[in-house]
Design a protein around this ligand. Structure first.
Ligand code: AMP
Length: 503
């Protein structure tokens, strides 16, 4: 159990007295001392602009160290950090600003005029800028503020951040994350993944999402570990960083792209002790090929915006390809049927989780919260999973992606696994499309790794290995699958694109 209510006290505990550079970013780094002093200046600035405990500070900026300092400074000021993907358009931002009613909005200076009407409609009075190099009105104003701001006291139940979910269905929801949820999860991960001040983490993830903001940043800060902070994932930069780094946290696309690069060898990964993957499924094949090439076993874990991290393959002990491992200490995980009854080993059901890591509900959506977060603390993740006899959990899809064809349940992952196993297949996405006889029909959208791939080869393999109701009615070979920035395949986009295939 973590010791202090305040997330910032937790984050700085390990790094407080350290002199060394904490971040290396092309032009150099920052000491921990300088990092936290800058965060204090941001906190002092926010307070001087009327930001009070519990106020939201919305931030839509490119990745920079200053943006991270602003995150820590916002939490120091007792406020609630609300990061937004820089790709969001003005109309999307208008929704977030109206929904969250932040006291302050920090944005890239190049987007000021574009966002003007969103800012006015939402009545946001404090608007400041921060660009990708860390310049802007926010930085200018903060530079003249004194360091030494004492964190505004908060309880463990107070909010530290709101992260909007990627909104695969309906309106995007603001997940309210408490100091307890963030601090306890980071503390668990530091321990579980053996982070120490000797580590150097390659940080190549975006910082508007739970993976890059909380898993990567909070863990490194809390462990007092250094980070090589990259503006984004770039193969040259990652290969250049690895000889001096010890760990990498990535989405599966990092790993598939690195596998296509001849620089990935036992030698180039010699200094590394840990590769973590999450946010989207890592193919067992990727896991195995990585081990063949480097001798390292990728550690896959499973989490989500609402819950932080839930399960992880162990640091010591078997890391099973295609699984997301075991429940983390302090996190309860159960797999239940549609009546909520717990299922046996090897039976597919809905994943529910409970623990300090779980969020406090959706911002201003009590009905949505009540649907998904039960009073006894169990959160209905919307993921479908199965547990093996060793307790390892595998994710077999989202409940929304479950296909019901002719009254039979088809789990997309099962069909995808058969297709992905074929020669000349890079990857696949199996979706259900409206069909007048079957309700939904199974359709496979496949990306070839070699033009020799034929639709017939796929159809033969699926009918050999799968019951008839699971076999795709149509197979489409496409150039690429639609993905979001976190590497997740956008099945919703595929369903929309092909919705009239059987009409
Ligand atoms: P987000 O809230 O954007 O982080 O998305 C969370 C969702 O990503 C989860 O509910 C899962 O569906 C998916 N996810 C995260 N990690 C994994 C993983 N290791 N394997 C499969 N799906 C994952």
């Amino acid at each position: 159990m973590y010791k202090d209510n305040h997330l910032v006290a937790q984050l700085r505990a390990a790094s407080f007295d350290r002199e060394m550079d904490v971040f290396v970013q092309g032009q150099g780094g920052r000491t921990f001392g300088a990092f936290f002093a800058n965060a204090e200046r941001y906190a002092a600035l926010l307070a001087s602009r009327g930001v009070q405990a519990g106020d939201r500070v919305a931030v839509q900026v490119n990745k920079s160290l200053e943006a991270l300092e602003l995150y820590v400074g916002t939490v120091m000021a007792g406020a609630v950090f609300l990061p937004l993907n820089p790709d969001y358009t003005a109309s999307e931002v208008a929704y977030f600003l109206q929904d969250a009613t932040p006291r302050m909005f920090v944005l890239d200076p190049s987007r000021k005029s574009e966002m003007q009407s969103a800012v006015e409609t939402a009545n946001v009075t404090q608007v400041m800028t921060l660009d990708a190099t860390g310049g802007g009105t926010l930085k200018d104003a903060a530079s003249s503020m004194p360091a030494g701001f004492a964190p505004v006291p908060r309880t463990a139940d107070d909010l530290a951040a709101i992260l909007y979910t990627s909104g695969t269905t309906g309106r995007s929801k603001g997940a309210m994350l408490t100091h307890r949820a963030l601090a306890s999860n980071a503390e668990t991960l530091v321990d579980y993944w053996r982070f120490t001040p000797d580590d150097v983490l390659i940080h190549a993830l975006p910082i508007f999402h739970t993976h890059g903001l909380f898993v990567a940043t909070n863990v490194a800060l809390m462990a007092g570990a250094a980070m090589t902070f990259l503006p984004k994932f770039n193969l040259d930069a990652v290969f250049a960083a690895m000889p001096n780094a010890t760990t990498l946290m990535g989405v599966p696309t990092f790993y598939t792209r690195m596998l296509q690069d001849p620089r990935l060898t036992v030698d180039s990964t010699r200094n590394m002790r840990l590769f973590v993957s999450g946010s989207a499924p890592l193919l067992a094949e990727t896991h195995e090929r990585w081990t063949e090439r480097t001798g390292h076993k990728i550690l896959e874990r499973y989490g989500m915006t609402e819950t932080n991290m839930n399960t992880s393959n162990p640091y010591e002990g078997a890391r099973k390809p295609g699984t997301v491992g075991l429940p983390l200490p302090g996190v309860d995980v159960k797999i239940v049927d549609s009546d909520g009854a717990e299922l046996d080993v090897d039976q597919i059901g809905s994943i529910e989780v409970r623990g300090d890591n779980v969020f406090a509900g959706y911002w201003q959506m009590p009905e949505k919260t009540a649907e998904e977060l039960r009073e006894d603390g169990w959160f209905v993740t919307g993921d479908l999973g199965v547990r093996d006899s060793d307790g390892y959990i595998s994710i077999v899809g989202r409940s929304k992606d479950l296909i019901i064809s002719g009254g039979f349940n088809v789990y997309p992952k099962e069909v995808e696994a058969v297709i992905d196993d074929l020669p000349n297949v890079l990857e696949s996405a199996v979706i259900g499309l409206p069909h007048k006889d079957f309700g939904e029909a199974v359709v496979a959208v496949v990306v070839a790794s070699d033009p020799a791939l034929t639709i017939e080869a796929i159809s033969v393999a699926t009918s050999d290995k799968l019951a008839r109701f699971k076999c795709p009615k149509i197979v489409l070979i496409v150039e690429a699958l639609p993905r979001n920035t976190m590497g997740k395949v956008q099945k919703k986009a595929l369903r929309e694109k092909y919705e009239n295939l059987f009409r």
